[in-house]
Design a binder for this molecule. Structure first.
Ligand code: NAD
Length: 356
C-alpha cells in the first residue's frame, strides 16, 4: 500500500486535480496499486480554513505520504496578505520541509501541438528536454544575505554557495535520468567567472566516471540560454543549479508553447511531489475550462519516480497522446475555430484512452 497526499489548492487546482484523480483511480484499480489517497489543504484554501498556508495537519499528511500531488496555489483574494501569510509560502514550506532538492521539468513537444510553439516548427519538432534543477541550495538560500543601509547608501547582497555533497546528489539524479533517456547530459555553469560553479563543474566531471554510458558536456549558462532558442533539439538532460535552472526551465517550457501541458516532479531522498508548472489561473477558475493534461502527466511522473511503475507511467503518457491524436482540445491548446472540450471531459477522455 502506498500513501498519496493530494493538495488541490486554489483557483483551477481542484478542477485539474479532480481530472487527474479520475486517471489515478482508474490506474489504481486496473494495476492493483492499492493506493491510499488523502486530501489536504494548502495555499489560500488553507488560509481560509486555518489561517495558515500550510497547517501542521497538512505538513504531517505530506510527511507521512509516499508521494504528493499538488494542483496550484494563489489568487487575487490573498494578494494583499503579508509575505508569511501568502499562499505561495505554503508551497515553499512544503518543498523545504520535504527536502525536495531535485526538480525535474520535462519540456517535450507534442507533435499535435507544434503550431503552438513561438519558434518555427522545424526548430522545435524534435525537442525532448529534461531540465534537472537543484532546488534547495544556491543563491536563494545562501548566507549571509541582507539589504542594508551603509553610510546613507542602500546596498544588498546574497551568497551563491554549494558544497560538494549538494552538487553530487543532484548530479547523480541527472546522470541516472540521462541513462534512462538518450544518455546525453549537459551541465550548465558559469565556471569562467564563479568559483561556486567551478566547483560544480569539477564535482560533476568526477562523477562522470561512474556513468561511462552517459556523454557529459558542459555549457556556460549564457550560451545555454542562447542554444535553447537557436537549436533546442540538441539537448537531452540539462543539469543546473537553482538559479540558472529557475531561468532556463521557464525558457525551455515555453518552447512547447503550452503551459497547460507541462508537468513537474520535485524529488527528495524519500518522497516526491508532483505538480503542473502553471499557476492557479484565477481568470478561468470554476468554469470547467482548465487544461488538466499537465496534472495528468504529473501523475505519470509520480507513477515513474515514486511508485516505480514505468509501464503505467508510459500508458498514461500514451493515453494523453491518443486524446490529442483524436483531436480533443481544451481552449488553451485549440487553434482558432477548433471545437473545445472542458476539464472534466478531457479527464474522462484520458481514462477512456487508457483502454482498461
Ligand atoms: P498562471 O499559470 O496561473 O496563468 C497564466 C495564464 O495561463 C492564464 O491566462 C491562465 O488562464 C493560463 N493557464 C494556466 N494554467 C492553465 C491551464 N491548466 N489550462 C488553461 N489555461 C491555463 O499564472 P499567473 O496568472 O501569473 O498566476 C496566477 C496565480 O497562480 C497567482 O496567484 C500566482 O502566484 C499563482 N502561481 C502558482 C503557482 C503554483 O502553484 N505552483 C505557479 C505559478 C503561479
Amino acid at each position: 500500500m502506498k500513501k498519496i497526499a493530494i493538495f488541490p489548492g486554489d483557483g483551477i487546482g481542484p478542477e485539474i486535480v479532480d481530472a487527474a484523480r479520475m486517471v489515478l483511480d482508474a490506474v489504481d484499480q486496473a494495476a492493483g496499486l492499492n493506493l491510499q489517497c488523502t486530501d489536504g489543504l494548502v495555499g489560500g484554501a488553507a488560509l481560509d480554513a486555518a489561517d495558515d498556508p500550510l497547517p501542521e495537519a497538512s505538513l504531517q499528511l505530506a510527511m507521512a505520504a509516499d508521494a504528493v500531488i499538488l494542483g496550484a496555489v494563489g489568487g487575487p483574494r490573498w494578494d494583499g496578505l503579508p509575505p508569511a501569510k501568502r499562499p505561495e509560502q505554503g508551497l515553499l514550506r512544503l518543498r523545504k520541509n520535504l527536502d525536495l532538492f531535485a526538480n525535474l521539468r520535462p519540456a517535450q513537444i507534442f507533435p499535435q501541438l507544434l503550431s503552438a510553439s513561438p519558434l518555427r516548427p522545424e526548430l522545435v519538432r524534435d525537442v525532448d528536454i529534461l531540465v534537472v534543477r537543484e532546488l534547495t541550495g544556491d543563491i536563494y538560500f545562501g548566507q549571509p544575505r541582507a539589504a542594508e543601509l551603509v553610510d546613507g547608501k542602500r546596498r544588498a547582497y546574497n551568497t551563491m554557495v554549494y558544497d560538494e555533497d549538494e552538487i553530487r546528489r543532484i548530479a547523480h539524479v541527472a546522470f541516472k535520468a540521462a541513462q534512462g533517456r538518450r544518455k546525453q547530459l549537459c551541465s550548465v555553469d558559469k565556471a569562467n567567472v564563479l568559483e561556486t560553479t567551478r566547483l560544480w563543474r569539477e564535482v560533476v566531471t568526477e562523477l562522470a566516471a561512474e556513468y561511462p554510458d552517459v556523454q557529459l558536456t558542459h555549457m556556460y549558462v549564457d550560451n545555454a540560454a542562447m542554444q535553447l532558442i537557436r537549436a533546442p533539439a540538441q539537448f537531452d538532460v540539462l543539469l543546473t543549479g537553482n538559479m540558472f535552472g529557475d531561468i532556463l526551465s521557464d525558457e525551455a517550457s515555453q518552447l512547447t508553447g503550452s503551459i497547460g501541458m507541462l508537468p513537474s516532479a520535485s524529488l527528495g531522498e524519500g518522497r516526491g511531489m508532483y505538480e503542473p508548472i502553471h499557476g492557479s489561473a484565477p481568470d478561468i477558475a470554476g468554469q470547467d475550462k482548465a487544461n488538466p493534461l499537465a496534472t495528468i502527466l504529473s501523475v505519470a511522473m509520480m507513477l515513474r519516480h515514486s511508485l516505480g511503475n514505468e509501464a503505467w507511467a508510459q500508458r498514461v503518457e500514451k493515453a494523453v497522446q491518443k486524446v490529442l491524436d483524436e483531436g480533443l482540445r481544451t481552449a488553451d491548446i485549440a487553434a482558432a475555430g477548433e471545437a473545445v472540450v472542458g476539464t472534466r471531459a478531457m479527464g474522462h477522455a484520458v481514462v477512456k484512452a487508457l483502454q482498461l
